[in-house]
Design a protein around this ligand. Structure first.
Ligand code: CP3
Length: 326
């Protein structure tokens, strides 16, 4: 949940001399920024430093991050011709920097961080990548992408399924490189109703999960605002579900007694005092325990750490989790 990022001084120092894509593309720099929160907070798991938009970037769509305006995609998907122009050959080679970063980070964790933390790999879920790709950047409602699902379902389905193919291949490579678990980020999946999620997304999540699990990997999915989609996810073959701050543990446990559940402290809570953060964390842990059904759970935030979050709050949250008697 963006445990490395702009709220940390070491990350900002690296970014003051290197471009964002340069950090992603260099296994050394990617590892350096991924290790910073591990050293500062004693977290149990590291996440490889990268971005979900590496897939549209590798397809040749021209992804940039303008100052304060979020991602921009120079060649958005609007027509059949746009899809035909995707540079689909050699994707493995163009994305090889990510498994390389996973491998590099795995070795650094083993050598430098005590208690051998787990390593999380990730990719964007097909709908979220499709949404950015069609929209040409960020949006509040991704209306253009959602309209395409209904106005041109054949084109949308072809694009979604190509994206899913590349995402599946990438996650398999991350697992082979040493990721213990991979997470699909479906940041915008919650915009869809349950019927559309079941129609356009869940079968692709299933395909991706099957591929990864066949290689011995484990898959989690995070759908921001996805509380109404838990039933649609039930047959999607994932090992775990990461809940956003508005989705209660009990709601997910009612749908599946097998899922490992992760979540779900509101990142805004980290702007309160360390004492309040510790209290809120303990309340979350009580909630997790009472609704766990005896299954494993992972304490985390319910979305990414926000810029400006005090380090003391992150530390207070981690310490409260570690001090808890389970
Ligand atoms: O958690 C981690 O430490 C791993 C790194 C990570 C990043 N992006 C680094 C990043 C992860 C897991 C992501 C995923 C990601 N990227 C998502 C899904 C998760 C979520 O937050 O819902 C999404 C939607 C993106 C797309 C994206 N990339 C956005 C919206 C932005 C911010 C643009 C802006 O200017 O505010 C990025 C860029 C990005 N990815 C940054 C980081 C640290 C900031 C870039 C910078 O250094 O300027």
């Amino acid at each position: 949940m963006r445990q490395a990022g702009r709220y940390l001084p070491g990350y900002r120092a690296v970014r003051s001399v290197h471009g964002f894509w340069d950090v992603c593309h260099s296994p050394e720099l990617s590892t350096q920024v991924a290790l910073e929160p591990m050293r500062l907070f004693g977290l149990d798991a590291a996440i490889v430093f990268s971005d979900i938009l590496i897939v549209p970037e590798a397809l040749g769509l021209g992804v940039t991050f303008g100052a304060g305006e979020g991602p921009q995609i120079a060649r958005p998907l609007r027509t059949e011709a746009d899809l035909a122009a995707w540079n689909t050959r050699g994707m493995d080679e163009r994305l090889a920097f990510l498994p390389a970063a996973v491998k590099h980070l795995r070795a650094a964790l083993d050598e430098q961080i005590k208690d051998t933390p787990a390593l999380i790999g990730f990719a964007g879920a097909p709908f979220t990548l499709f949404a950015y790709t069609v929209e040409g950047g960020g949006s509040d409602d991704f209306k253009r992408a959602r309209v395409m699902l209904h106005e041109e379902p054949a084109l949308a389905k072809r694009a979604l399924s190509q994206i899913a193919d590349f995402v599946g291949a990438l996650l398999v490579k991350e697992v082979e490189a040493g990721a213990d678990v991979v997470q699909l980020f479906d940041t915008w999946g919650g915009l869809l109703d349950a019927h559309d999620y079941a129609t356009f997304c869940a079968p692709l999540v299933r395909e991706i999960s099957d591929r990864v699990r066949k290689k011995g990997g484990r898959v989690m999915i995070f759908i921001r605002g996805g509380g109404h989609l838990l039933d649609a996810l039930a047959g999607a073959g994932v090992d775990g579900v990461s809940l956003d701050w508005r989705t209660p543990f009990a709601a997910a446990r009612r749908v599946s007694s097998d899922w490992v559940l992760q979540g779900n402290l509101d990142p805004v809570r980290l702007f309160a005092s360390p004492e309040r953060v510790a209290e809120a964390t303990r309340a979350m842990l009580d909630d997790m325990k009472s609704s766990s059904g005896g299954r494993r759970v992972i304490a985390n935030l319910g979305h990414g750490i926000m810029v400006g979050t005090p380090e003391a709050s992150v530390r207070a949250m981690v310490d409260a989790v570690k001090a808890a008697r389970w």
